[in-house]
Ligand binder design. Structure first.
Ligand code: KG4
Ligand code: ZN
Length: 340
């Protein structure tokens, strides 16, 4: 079999990342330069700062990815890049870089949807995983239930009506004084708390059993904090974190397992930053075991933003004949399944 080596670039939010991936599933290098420390100062990602930092870091990150994989640009088969969705200025840095390398070296260019990347992260460590399967995508910007019908072919069967799951984690973490990024901090603190201490709502969307809504649980946490403050009652941060986390996880698990069962799909994957949440992993595992569903999720390093996942997705796009021209542009609100 011909060896296909893809150099992948990811810069849609606050990580500048590059990776070299062989035949879609073997990661030769995965370099991530995180800007988290910088954005923590502001309590969230500042788009203009993110773009500038990407510009500063991108060449170095690519050089490291090539060196770590022990290859040069002459060994690379194609260049892949995330072109949406994400912050437009941040995406543009990766897209411009990928186009420049593609032009200079005469290499094919493959634009990748960020969420397709997250989903494809599952292919890296699960060599046996092939479509069709269902996937719960839970990141800072997205909460989708997707049926992966084939490589690059998606059916979105549910999505959030308001906040994304990760966004809810980040907002609640800020409210209880844990700071940014909230997800990993809530995950850690919740281990010391009682998930049954406070009853936060589990939202269901009428006539849309696979859709999600997280703004209610977030408001409920804020109301709880306000009322404690007004009554002069002590706030037990670990209990709030654990109870909030349980409310979100219950809904994610219930909807995902219900979708898999109703659609007769016995393989379920998880993707995105929130898929590294320990409570979600344990609860989903238990529910899937009870229903005879095989569960897949990536290691934490492949759950949060990285370029290896973009290389995995790009491989299947590449062998399906997808190529982009040098007029490829960043598309901040790119929809899954849309080919730009
Ligand atoms: O997928 P990702 O890196 O970026 C986007 O595409 O949005 O996801 C980042 C999100 C953040 O909201 C972060 O708080 C959340 O994933 N996250 C977690 C955990 N690790 C990251 N949420 C809950 N538990 C975690 N362990
Ligand atoms: Zn992401």
């Amino acid at each position: 079999m011909e060896e296909i080596l893809i150099l992948a670039i990811e810069s849609s939010c606050d990580e500048t990342a590059a990776a070299v991936v062989k035949n879609g599933r073997e990661v030769l290098s995965n370099v991530i330069s995180s800007q988290i420390a910088l954005h923590t100062l502001y309590g969230g990602v500042v788009p203009e700062i993110a773009s500038r930092k990407h510009i500063e870091k991108i060449n170095q990150v690519i050089e490291e990815a090539l060196a770590e994989a022990k290859v040069t640009l002459d060994d690379i088969t194609a260049i892949a890049v995330t072109y949406g969705p994400g912050l437009v200025g941040a995406l543009l840095v990766g897209v411009a870089e990928a186009k420049a390398i593609s032009f200079a070296k005469g290499l094919p260019l493959v634009g990748v949807h960020h969420i397709e990347g997250h989903i494809s992260a599952n292919f890296i460590e699960h060599k046996d995983l092939k479509p069709p399967f269902a996937c719960l995508v839970v990141s800072g910007g997205h909460t989708h239930l997707v049926v992966v019908k084939d490589y690059g072919v998606y059916d979105i069967i549910g999505k959030t009506r308001d906040d994304a799951a990760g966004e809810a984690f980040d907002k609640v973490a800020r409210a209880i004084g844990l700071g940014y990024p909230g997800g990993p901090k809530i995950d850690k603190v919740a281990k010391e708390g009682n998930p049954y201490a406070i009853e936060f709502p589990r939202a269901h969307v009428e006539n849309a059993p696979y859709d999600f809504s997280f703004s209610g649980v977030k408001s409920s946490v804020l109301n709880y904090l306000n009322s404690c403050e007004m009554k002069g009652e002590e706030i037990v941060v670990a209990d709030v974190a654990a109870s909030f986390q349980k409310a979100v996880v219950d809904v994610l698990v219930e909807h995902s397992v219900r979708a898999a069962k109703e659609l007769g799909i016995n393989k379920l994957a998880m993707a995105g930053g929130v898929a590294s949440n320990s409570c979600l992993r344990a609860a989903m595992q238990e529910a899937c075991e009870a229903e005879g569903i095989e569960l897949y999720y990536p290691s934490p390093i492949f759950c949060t933003d990285n370029a290896a996942m973009i290389g995995a997705a790009a491989y299947y796009e590449y062998i399906n004949g997808v190529r982009h021209d040098l007029d490829l542009n960043a598309v901040p609100n790119l929809r899954l399944g849309e080919r730009g």
